[in-house]
Write a protein that binds this ligand. Structure first.
Ligand SMILES: *Cc1c(COP(=O)(O)O)cnc(C)c1O
Length: 377
């Protein structure tokens, strides 16, 4: 039986070109970028190049990119770094109820330190209303953190409008673009974004590396102390091979963005067409128009998420219930809960997410296996 991986929102396979680019840094180029000698300087140059590539991918300057251990650390750094460095401005932070736990749990941590957080609601499509953001801004609001595109249902937020609003009101704007990067156009200048998180392993790069863009001039406290790496904003010897792989993956993702988008759009339509043919009872969760095409979240009323995922796994189809961090637990997704979906949709939701390696044949086959399982009840 062919195994079919439809869980790319959780993580993606490393692209062969990415692995190829990384190998020399495990084999021969072992220097420490902070060393004065040529072994170090060669590697320093590589890290600088990678920084320029990542900067270009989001339309930032190289000095505005801080390499991190991934999306989670970038989110932590943005929130904790900015809130603690700007205590003189206030203690209030605005976010949404549908953020990734890397943001939500960091907000809870900040609350435990005495900061105040407003968690904005979303509508039934998973969107935050810009007016709600405007109304939540107080004189002591320091920053807004609203994700670019949601990792569970794929819904896109009004990033440009929120960015403009934040700028007008003198509030910093952070967006978790981990899931949107490589799918949507991510331009920090055009969208008025001050801080932005991305992660390599969601775009066919290696796990354990990502970056935070922090606009020049933003006060951000470092919370990993040690050497002078990353302009003292994040100490520790650089993950050189990871950074090289990240840059190659990001470049590939940007260069193939349009064709992959079209491919994912085709795959999701095909999947639904198969279900329609087989009279499968399903309903799509998320926004009908403003969505990322690689994520398809559907409820199969009458089924239960956990049992379905188990049956799908036995049938060789890998999918998820929402965020990977939640799998294995029976808890209802906080995202679907915030969208106020009826109970039968909450308990029967499954997320399918596509990647560049998925073929039409694979997805048709998966859709048919799913149809058989759902229709058998
Ligand atoms: C995967 C993901 C993260 C976490 O990134 P890691 O690199 O796995 O730490 C954060 N936010 C979103 C939206 C994600 O999809």
């Amino acid at each position: 039986m062919q195994e079919i991986y439809l869980d790319h929102a959780a993580t993606t396979p490393v692209h062969p070109e990415v692995l190829e680019a990384m190998l020399p840094y495990y084999r021969d180029m072992h220097g420490n970028p902070s060393s004065m000698h040529r072994f170090g300087q060669r590697v320093r140059h590589t890290v600088d190049e990678a920084r320029s590539i990542i900067a270009r991918c989001v339309n930032a300057e190289p000095g505005e990119i801080i390499f991190t251990s991934g999306g989670t650390e970038a989110d932590n750094m943005a929130l904790i770094g900015v809130m603690t460095a700007n205590r003189d401005k206030g203690k209030h932070l605005i976010t949404s109820q549908i953020e990734h736990h890397a943001v939500l749990h960091t907000c809870e941590y900040l609350e435990s330190l005495g900061y105040e957080v407003t968690y904005l609601p979303v509508d039934e499509t998973g969107r935050v209303a810009v007016e709600d953001v405007a109304q939540a801004i107080r004189p002591d609001t320091v920053m807004i953190s609203i994700m670019f595109g949601n990792n569970e249902v794929g819904t896109l937020q009004h990033i440009g409008k929120i960015g403009k609003l934040a700028k007008e009101r003198g509030v910093y704007f952070h967006t978790d673009a981990v899931q949107a990067f490589g799918i949507e156009e991510v331009d920090v200048k055009r969208l008025h974004v001050d801080l932005l998180s991305i992660s390599a392993h969601k775009v066919n790069g290696p796990k354990g590396v990502g970056s935070l863009y922090a606009r020049r001039g933003i006060k951000i406290a470092s919370y990993i102390h040690g050497g002078n790496q990353e302009k003292k904003r994040r100490a520790g010897t650089e993950n050189v091979a990871g950074i090289v792989g990240f840059a190659r993956a990001a470049e590939l993702a940007i260069n193939t963005r349009e064709e992959r988008r079209a491919h994912y759009e085709k795959l999701r339509r095909m999947m639904m067409a198969v279900w329609d043919e087989q009279s499968v009872d399903y309903v799509v969760n998320g926004h009908p128009k403003f969505y990322m095409p690689h994520i398809l979240n559907v409820s199969f009323p009458g089924t239960k998420t956990e049992a379905m995922l188990m049956k799908l796994d036995i049938a060789g189809v890998a999918a998820a219930s929402g965020s990977a961090c939640m799998s294995g637990s029976l808890e209802i997704s906080h995202v679907l809960r915030a969208m106020n979906l009826p109970e039968d949709r909450l308990i029967s939701a499954i997320r399918f997410s596509f990647g560049y390696g998925n073929t039409e044949e694979q997805v048709r086959e998966a859709a048919e296996r799913i149809a058989r399982i759902v229709n058998k009840g």
